[in-house]
Design a protein around this ligand. Sequence first.
Ligand SMILES: *Cc1c(COP(=O)(O)O)cnc(C)c1O
Length: 500
Amino acid sequence: MQTHKPSSIVQHLSATGDMSPEEFRRYGYEIVDWIAQYLAETGKHPILSPVTPGAIRGMLPPHPNPGPESMDAILDDFKRIILPGITHWNMPGFMAYFNACASGPSILGEFLTSTLNVNAMLWRTSPAATELEQVTLDWIRQMLGLPNPLFGTLYESSSSSGTITALVTAREVIPNLAIRALGMAGRPDIPRLRLYISQETHMSVEKAAIAIGIGQEGVRKIETDALFRMDTMALAHAVQEDLAAGWLPFAVVATVGTTSTGSIDPVAHIADICEQYGLWLHVDAAYGGSAAIDPTMRWVLNGCERADSLCINPYKWLFTTLDGSIFYTRRPADVKAAFSLLPDYLENAESLSDEVPNMMEYGLALGKRFRALKLWMVIRYFGQEGLASRIHMHCDLAQLLARRIEASPDFQLLAPVSFSLVCFRAHHTNAIDDEAQLEILNQRIIEHVNAEGHFFLSHTRIKKRFALRVAVGNLRITEANIDELWITLQAALATEQAVL
Ligand SMILES: *Cc1c(COP(=O)(O)O)cnc(C)c1O
């Protein structure tokens, strides 16, 4: 029999337990000072990290340190090794993808969430986490102009998981299939299910279809019109054609603010078709939804009051840190029926009454971060009008850049500017029209701009044409950043044109 011997691990320990309160205070203040300075020093770091693949890994020891190390040494390495490998999403020059902007109140909210570290899986595992989430999401519902009490409110880690929640529920409400209980495989009684999206829909929806066993063939991509919106005539036609061919249409995903161009699907028309054929309507408003907080942008959610479910990511345009995606549904009872499994060890008095929800019954995950706290702090700190005016200003800045592009003979807009997203390319009115050449030129421009370090732009392809993409969304952005970007773009064009 083995006896308990002091191991080398124990010999190395200087103490048991956590950091002392004094040490926590000391390094806590130091880190807060560092954060405040970091957020203020907007020009200091190259926005896109210039490191080569493997460089960061090469600077890190391959094995863990056997004994304790000082916080001083750890923080030094954070600055020396980690920071150079960071792409600075939180700086105003970050205009790639969709900006994910962390405001001060959100960062501080994360401190408190980490400190409490509650798991809000059940109401009783932290009543305030569940109730604050419900109140905060109802505030947001009001700010967006969505109806009450049509929407039950939940909060997911990402809109990809929200889409899975929507599609699993959509599949479960199909009468007589009982897929939750019986599964889909080996059942000749189940026709193949069909989901409708557009050519511009985010790939996460197709992934969700893969995950729930619909398969990529079960996803039908509907053509878009000249403004990149789902063609509803084509949708209706596709549903009829599929029905005639023996498919079982069950859901449509419409988008408010597509990833490439920010286009808005005609949700009200799509809702008509969904009602006619009994299809679940999920709206992906991950980026664009927040804009409806600005009263002049309220219309972007027209028709969404008829959606069965809808997701919005506060981490994209509501100044709240990753992660967190709001999942609204008009049909919380159906979501619960699709997902709820309460094992003995989680049974509780509240689950028997309908007074309060247990959030674990409304989706895939059990564990749940207290994400509502930061969102609540952001809303309280900026106020509804403060949020609206910041969003409005971002749209104004995008329009400002678009006007410069339109007025310039050297550049060309490739899509109408919606929200705060500008898609364009260098294309002189009297010069090369060769698409391959234009692509090379524009690729070089983007690499040139990104290498200079003040901006990070990404690209997309619009009707096969390579486009530069500028997404405005950072809280600390000003008109001066747009001026500088415009000068940088022109200089990059001049240089790259000369060497081409
Ligand atoms: C960002 C985005 C997504 C993906 O969101 P995640 O939260 O990362 O899953 C989906 N759809 C649209 C329109 C988006 O902009």
